[in-house]
Each structure stands twice: as structure tokens, then as C-alpha cells.
Write a protein that binds this ligand. Structure first.
Ligand SMILES: [Zn+2]
Ligand SMILES: [Zn+2]
Length: 256
């Protein structure tokens, strides 16, 4: 599978875009500001979007994408998320005040977008990939996604999470991963804040990786806060992990 890093930053800034990954041309993981890098033609090719949670940095360009596609789509854009996340989007975003409820436009029978509630641990096959949601540990309802292709290559994307027994149990169930794509939002000195906001620091990441039954072949890291990026990178460089760690950068096209 190929994964294009459209946005992987924990905030905004010059050449910094928030969480959005394109998988094999037609699928997105999250819809942060990185989505704005796609051309109109590329936007038209997106058929499926998997959302991890309702935080702004992961959904902010979803309403704008739907509006862009409104005149052009023949089939509804399929959006997948936990039921709690869909409810939050409906109440707070697609409520006719912030943005129209496009799941009823132009009419209920042929809407421009369809919101699909996903059930954790229940696989969904799209094109050549199987997607299975799994719970993680963040401050609002959040799931990660486990992607497996027909060759058996696997990637787990945690979305935003801290380290705790639940997410550890979930990742251990997935077995040996080719790629673990996770976050490292804060430097170690903001450990308290990271635990409150349920994110990772280099030190928490270190504990997390060492606690896994099987080390992933590669770890891809994202969501570093722009103002603390250098500090976090310095701390990550000190870690002693027996697996390849890559700091994601917007614009990269990676193969799993
Ligand atoms: Zn979040
Ligand atoms: Zn986030």
C-alpha cells in the first residue's frame, strides 16, 4: 500500500499541515489541513474517509471538501467514524449553522456524503485493503485503524493517543506490524500536559514501544507541536529503540 503524507503536524505554520494521509489514491485517514494540498481533480478521486476523532485538527477540512464535491459527485463520499464521533460532527458542525447537513443534500436518497458508523474490531474491506478500527486512549472518543493489504502488509494508525493499558492491549492483538504510525505531540517536560490531554511524549513513547509484545518493523511519528519540534526531535534521538523510527514530513509518499 502507498501512503502519502499530506499533513502530519500537531499545529499550523509555514509548510505545516495537520493530520491527513492519503492511502492508494481514493482513501483518506483524517481530514485536517493537509487535505487542502490536494488538487480539485485529486479531491474528486477521494471515495472514502476514515476519521479517528472529532478534534478540529483532524476534521477541519472535511466540511470544505464536501462543499467542493457537491456539484460533481455521482456517488456519495463515504465517511467512517465511531458513532460518538459522527454524533459530535452532526451536532456541532453539520448543524445548518456552522455548515449544512450535507448528508441530506441535495436529498436524502442521493446525498453528497454518507456518514457510516464503524464498530471496533469489525473489518471492512475497501478496494484491496481491510480496515479494522480499534480503541485508543485520547481525551474524546477516538479509534485507530489497522490496515492490511492483500500481500499481508500491515499498518496501524493510532490517531491521537497516550500510552495506557487499553491501547497496549489493542496493539498487542494486532501482532507483528510492518508500520506503527503514531504521534509524539509534546516534549518530556510537558509530561503532565501530555497525560491530561492524552498524548505522547518521547518518554511515554519509549515505554509504549518497549511494552509491546512484538516491535513493529518501523515506527512513523507525527503530530509534533510546531513550536516544540526541535526539542521533541532531540529527545527522540536519545531513545534506544531497536526499530526504525521515521519522523513524517508533509509531502512524502511512502510504501508499506
Ligand atoms: Zn485529538
Ligand atoms: Zn490531533
Amino acid at each position: 500500500m502507498k501512503v502519502e503524507i499530506l499533513g502530519c503536524s500537531g499545529g499550523m505554520g509555514a509548510e505545516q499541515y495537520t493530520t491527513c494521509y492519503r492511502v492508494n489514491d481514493h482513501i483518506l485517514l483524517d481530514a485536517g489541513t493537509g487535505l487542502g494540498k490536494l488538487t480539485h481533480d485529486e479531491q474528486l478521486k477521494i471515495k472514502h474517509i476514515f476519521i479517528t476523532h472529532s478534534h478540529m485538527d483532524h476534521i477541519c477540512f472535511l466540511p470544505l471538501l464536501i462543499d467542493n464535491l457537491f456539484e460533481h459527485l455521482e456517488e456519495p463520499l463515504q465517511v467512517y467514524a465511531l458513532p460518538e464521533v459522527l454524533e459530535t460532527l452532526r451536532v456541532h458542525i453539520f448543524n445548518w449553522e456552522i455548515w449544512p447537513d450535507f448528508s441530506t443534500l441535495p436529498n436524502d436518497k442521493t446525498p453528497v456524503v454518507k456518514f457510516n458508523a464503524i464498530t471496533p474490531h469489525k473489518p471492512l474491506t475497501i478496494e484491496d485493503l481491510t480496515f479494522t478500527a480499534f480503541p485508543v486512549e485520547h481525551i474524546v472518543p477516538t479509534c485507530g485503524y489497522h490496515l492490511v493489504d492483500q500481500q499481508g502488509k500491515s499498518l496501524a494508525f493510532t490517531g491521537d493517543t497516550t500510552f495506557g493499558p487499553e491501547v497496549l492491549k489493542e496493539l498487542n492483538k494486532l501482532g507483528k506490524l510492518d508500520v506503527l504510525m503514531t504521534e509524539c505531540a509534546f516534549p518530556n517536560r510537558l509530561d503532565e500536559l501530555a497525560k491530561l490531554a492524552k498524548h505522547l511524549t518521547p518518554s511515554l513513547l519509549d515505554k509504549f514501544i518497549h511494552a509491546l509484545d512484538k516491535s513493529p518493523k518501523q515506527i512513523w511519528l507525527s503530530h509534533l507541536k510546531p513550536s516544540q519540534t526541535e526539542e521533541i526531535k532531540g529527545e527522540l534521538a536519545q531513545l534506544n529503540l531497536d526499530t526504525q523510527v521515521r519522523l513524517l514530513e508533509s509531502g512524502e509518499l511512502l510504501a508499506v
